[in-house]
Design a protein around this ligand. Structure first.
Ligand SMILES: [Zn+2]
Length: 358
């Protein structure tokens, strides 16, 4: 079995100062590199012959001061970084900048692993930046001299809102994916346990995006064969259906890892165990969505003054009041921040936010 070294980019310098790396509203690069390396290491488990370079140190700075790791003692060195753009795009423009790497042009083994990692993460639904040839990086050159496979992974762009929202929602599965490539390379075995982000690992500012654990609304691809749809967020709620097509669905609201389907069909658990976030929904809330909008379901109206509208939206004329009771909904449409349901009776549309699924 081979040996691998995982290095978390940036951190505390040899002279005691701190190099945070790239920074954005999502946090500091040095915090993200440490979190990801910890998760990859956890996913690999102890049996895999993997060492983590001292996370209290900035490897680059210590190497410059003459205390470089003994690269020759490893078969593979993975140094983790997060990239930064020339022009920040923190709010996101709907496009990923993506994952990439730097590899020495003669480091054939490093190239192969970089390609495998980048392709594997891209296949989770992320964007590809590029794998770049470099001869100007200290650690990269030292590893090259030692004849060790080396790659510097640029995991995502820390100042690209699209990248970081996707990454924060999917980092557990990203870590597992990287661990699988490494374990194949060095002949180790990955643990069956999904890695969990270390306690207090959330980088400063990262709480500004998303909700609990970084789950945010958007497009989610189901990757299990059968995923329950429930009336509310949590397994304590009634099952009202299931998703069996492994399709991509629009989630319009999160409660922890639970997401409300735009169709009004109910809630699904968007945990990375079951789903992969593939991107933001389009600005109008639409997206490629194979949901069945025509399936009828029942809702209970509890309030006394729910308007019936002639169409799906508050701009349509009122057509009376929908009194408390149970109603059949035969079609749903999103408009003006509400999900509207068409009453089977033909009386018109009601805002489903004011109802509960039966
Ligand atoms: Zn960096």
């Amino acid at each position: 079995m081979g040996k691998a070294l995982l290095i978390s980019g940036h951190g505390k310098n040899y002279n005691g100062t701190y190099d945070p790396g790239a920074c954005s509203i999502f946090g500091q690069e040095a915090a993200y590199t440490r979190e990801l390396v910890s998760m990859v290491s956890q996913s690999l488990g102890k049996a895999a012959g993997v060492e983590v370079y001292d996370q209290e140190k900035n490897c680059y700075s210590y190497s410059k001061a003459g205390q470089a790791p003994d690269y020759g003692g490893y078969d593979l060195v993975l140094e983790v970084h997060f990239n930064a753009k020339a022009k920040k795009d923190e709010s996101g423009d709907g496009k990923f900048t993506g994952i990439g790497a730097y590899v020495h042009p003669d480091n054939v083994g490093g190239w192969a692993i970089a390609e495998r990692i980048v392709d594997a993460v891209v296949s989770l639904g992320f964007g590809k930046w590029q794998i770049s040839s470099s001869t100007g990086l200290l650690n990269l050159n030292k590893a090259q001299k030692a004849g060790t496979k080396y790659l510097l992974l640029e995991t995502a762009f820390i100042d690209d809102g699209d990248d970081m929202r996707w990454y924060n929602a999917n980092k557990t599965v990203v870590a597992q994916t990287i661990a699988q490539v490494i374990s194949k390379e060095i002949g180790g075995i990955t643990s069956d346990v999904a890695p969990t982000p270390p306690e207090n690992s959330q980088a400063p500012g990262s709480s500004q995006v998303g909700t609990d654990k970084g789950y945010v609304p958007g497009m989610y691809k189901v990757h299990v064969k059968d995923l329950n749809i429930r009336t509310g967020p949590g397994t304590g709620n009634k099952i009202v259906g299931s998703i069996t097509d492994q399709g991509t669905y629009t989630i319009v609201e999160m409660s922890g890892s639970w997401g409300r389907l735009k169709s009004g069909a109910g809630w699904i658990n968007c945990s990375t165990k079951y789903c992969i976030r593939t991107g933001d929904a389009n600005a109008d809330g639409s997206g490629a969505e194979p949901e069945d909008h025509t399936k009828a379901f029942e809702v209970r109206v509890k309030i006394n003054d729910l308007n019936i509208r002639k169409g799906p939206g508050t701009s349509y004329d009122k057509n009376g009041i929908c009194p408390p009771g149970v109603y059949n909904i035969v079609e749903t449409k999103a408009a003006g921040g509400y999900t509207w349901g068409r009453l089977k009776s033909g009386a018109g549309w009601i805002a489903l936010e004011h109802t509960v699924r039966v």
